[in-house]
Design a protein around this ligand. Structure first.
Ligand code: SF4
Ligand code: ZN
Ligand code: ZN
Length: 311
C-alpha cells in the first residue's frame, strides 16, 4: 500500500469515505482524536465525573474503555469504572466477562458485574424459553429492555455520574432505520450522543464512539492488540438489526460515506421530531422505583407479562 498522508510511513488503511491513507500510528491517533472531539463537541463529561463504562467485552466497549482510560489520565479528578451486565446467555457471556475483567485489570479500572439472575430472578436464556410459548418479543428486545434498566440500577449503585456506552456510528444509524421500518418515527429523537435524564432518576448516558464506524473500531482494537470477544451472541441472527446492518454495509461498500450521510441527515431532522414528540410525564415505577412514563416501567411490565414474580 502507498504512504501515509501525514507521515509517509507505510499506510495500513485507506479510509474510503475521506480518501485518507493512514499508517498504524496515525490511524490510532485519528480514532482517539475523533472520540476526544465528539466528547468535547457534546460536552459529554465534566472533569470530576465518575464515569461508568458499559463493558460487554466486545470490541466496541473494550476499545472505549482503553480510549477513555487514556483520556482520563489527563483529568486526575475524574474516575473510571466498568459495569458488565451478565444477561445469562450460556456459551457466550462467561467468556465475555472474563475478557472484560482482564482488560480492567490491565488498565487498573474497578470492575462490577450485575446479573439478570440476581436482579430479575431469571437468566435471558430462561426468559427466551418462557417467551417462545407466547412469542411476543424477540430475544434482543427482552435483552435490551432489561439491560437498559440493569445498567441504570448498577450505575447508581456504584455512584457513577455518567454512563458511557459503546454505541458506534453503525449502531446509531441502524437504530434510526429500524425505527423507520417499525413505523416508530418519534423514537428517532431519542437516538442522540447524550441522553438527558440526569435529574429524573437516570444516570446521564453518553456515546463517545457515535462518530466512529464499526469496522474502524474493530481495526483500532486489532492494531492496539486489545483483547476482545470475537464470538457473536447466539441470538444475533434473530434480530432485525442484523438485516439492517447487512443492508447498510452493502450500501457503504458501493457508496462510501453513506452511513455518515444518514447519521447527519437524522441529526438535521431530530429538532423537528423533538418539537413534535412530547414524551409522557416521567415518574417512577410503582414496582421498582426506577424512572417510568406509565405507572410501571417497561422492564417490570415485560416481566409481569411473562408471569415472572417481581422483586
Ligand atoms: Fe442481547 Fe441481542 Fe445483543 Fe444478544 S445480540 S446480547 S440477545 S441484544
Ligand atoms: Zn502516519
Ligand atoms: Zn419497574
Amino acid at each position: 500500500m502507498a504512504e501515509c498522508i501525514f507521515c509517509r510511513r507505510e499506510a495500513v488503511y485507506l479510509r474510503l469515505y475521506s480518501g485518507e491513507r493512514l499508517c498504524r500510528k496515525c490511524y490510532v491517533k485519528s480514532i482517539e482524536s475523533r472520540v476526544q472531539h465528539t466528547i468535547s463537541k457534546h460536552s459529554m463529561f465534566k472533569p470530576n465525573d465518575r464515569i461508568a463504562v458499559a463493558l460487554s467485552g466486545g470490541k466496541d466497549s473494550v476499545s472505549l474503555l482503553h480510549i477513555l482510560s487514556g483520556i482520563e489520565e489527563g483529568f486526575p479528578q475524574s474516575e473510571l469504572v466498568a459495569i458488565t451486565i451478565d444477561e445469562g446467555i450460556s456459551g457466550y457471556r462467561p467468556e465475555a466477562i472474563r475478557i472484560a475483567r482482564e482488560n480492567c485489570e490491565r488498565l487498573g479500572v474497578e470492575h462490577y458485574v450485575y446479573s439478570f439472575k440476581k436482579l430479575y430472578g431469571q437468566t435471558l436464556d430462561q426468559i427466551v424459553t418462557m417467551a417462545r410459548e407466547g412469542c411476543e418479543l424477540t430475544p434482543c428486545s427482552y435483552c435490551g429492555i432489561l439491560r437498559r434498566k440493569a445498567l441504570n440500577v448498577a450505575a447508581k449503585e456504584v455512584n457513577a455520574t455518567r454512563l458511557a456506552t459503546a454505541h458506534n456510528l453503525d449502531d446509531e444509524v441502524q437504530s434510526m432505520l429500524m425505527n423507520i421500518i417499525r413505523g416508530d418515527v418519534s423514537r428517532i429523537s431519542q437516538i442522540k450522543p447524550v441522553l438527558e435524564g440526569e435529574k429524573q432518576g437516570f444516570v446521564q448516558r453518553t456515546k463517545p464512539l457515535c462518530e466512529v464506524p464499526e469496522r474502524e473500531v474493530a481495526l483500532y482494537a486489532f492494531l492496539k492488540r486489545i483483547k476482545f470477544q470475537t464470538v457473536s451472541c447466539p441470538y444475533l441472527e434473530t434480530s432485525l438489526r442484523q438485516d439492517v446492518r447487512l443492508f447498510l454495509n452493502r450500501l457503504e461498500m458501493k457508496h462510501p460515506g453513506t452511513k455518515f450521510t444518514i447519521y447527519r441527515s437524522f441529526g438535521k431532522i431530530r429538532p423537528y421530531l423533538e418539537g413534535m414528540e412530547r414524551m409522557g410525564e416521567l415518574g417512577y415505577c410503582e414496582v421498582c422505583g426506577e424512572p417510568a412514563t406509565g405507572g410501571v416501567c417497561r422492564a417490570c411490565q415485560t416481566l409481569q407479562d411473562l408471569g415472572i414474580a417481581l422483586r
